[in-house]
Ligand binder design. Structure first.
Ligand SMILES: Nc1ncnc2c1ncn2[C@@H]1O[C@H](COP(=O)(O)OP(=O)(O)OP(=O)(O)O)[C@@H](O)[C@H]1O
Ligand SMILES: [Mg+2]
Length: 211
């Protein structure tokens, strides 16, 4: 039984997950609360090697299920090597995207099936679902508008998808919110301070931190 808390940050492109994570780091440092922030593959060597296979442009013949299995394999190694030890040490672990991203992007949007992708991931994660999932909800137009304005940010494959893709991402997350009690919806269209305030309120409400 782990003693820490696992908190995942989910949502579409430009929702503010990474930006809020930076603010959370400052907040937790100032309060002297033990935490780590991470993202898959999270600097774990084996997971990074797997990721290179997934992202290799030459691997055009990769089957969607092979890809899903590779994601799950990278996820497991990251959990075992980095996340579980931190939880066992009583730390709060913030993850910039986790299993729900697979459920949405591969299961829902790409059509492999949410339940199927969940089942496949269960083997990898066993019962290690987040205690709380912060879902940053905003319209794709606002999210993509933010990304386009940000010159420092590299445009990735997902940013270039059509509008309908991003709408489907939002639709999928809103469906998961009704499926999982751990989901907390954050109104991510508000300004950064207002978004951060909502996040802190949720963490207090869920007993992760004291008010
Ligand atoms: N509440 C906000 N209001 C206005 N701009 C914001 C807000 N939150 C984030 N931004 C800006 O939007 C851009 C995208 O934010 P960020 O990179 O944190 O999104 P993300 O959710 O991590 O996206 P991705 O899934 O693509 O990694 C950044 O330029 C950031 O400064
Ligand atoms: Mg990000």
């Amino acid at each position: 039984m782990s003693k820490g808390y696992l908190i995942s940050l989910e949502g579409g492109e430009g929702a503010g997950k990474t930006t809020i994570l930076e603010k959370l780091e400052k907040y937790f440092q100032s309060k002297n609360i033990e935490y780590i922030t991470t993202r898959e593959p999270g600097g774990v060597h084996i997971s990074e090697q797997i990721r290179e296979i997934i992202l290799d442009k030459d691997n055009v013949e990769m089957d969607p299920k092979t890809e899903a299995l590779l994601f799950a394999a990278a996820r497991r190694q990251h959990l075992v090597q980095k996340v579980v030890p931190a939880l066992e040490a009583g730390k709060i672990v913030f993850m910039d995207r986790y299993v729900d991203s697979s459920l949405i992007y591969q299961g829902y949007v790409r059509g492999m099936g949410v339940d199927e992708v969940f089942e496949l991931n269960q083997y990898a994660i066993e019962d290690l679902l987040p205690d709380v999932t912060l879902y940053f909800d905003l319209s794709p137009e606002v999210g993509l508008g933010r990304i386009n304005k940000d010159d420092s940010r590299e445009v990735n494959r997902l940013d270039l998808e059509e509008g309908s893709f991003h709408h489907k991402v939002r639709e999928g997350y809103l469906m998961l919110k009704d499926k999982f009690e751990r989901f907390e919806v954050i109104d991510a269209e508000k300004d950064l301070e207002a978004v951060f305030t909502q996040v802190i309120e949720v963490l207090v409400k869920r007993g992760v931190i004291n008010g």
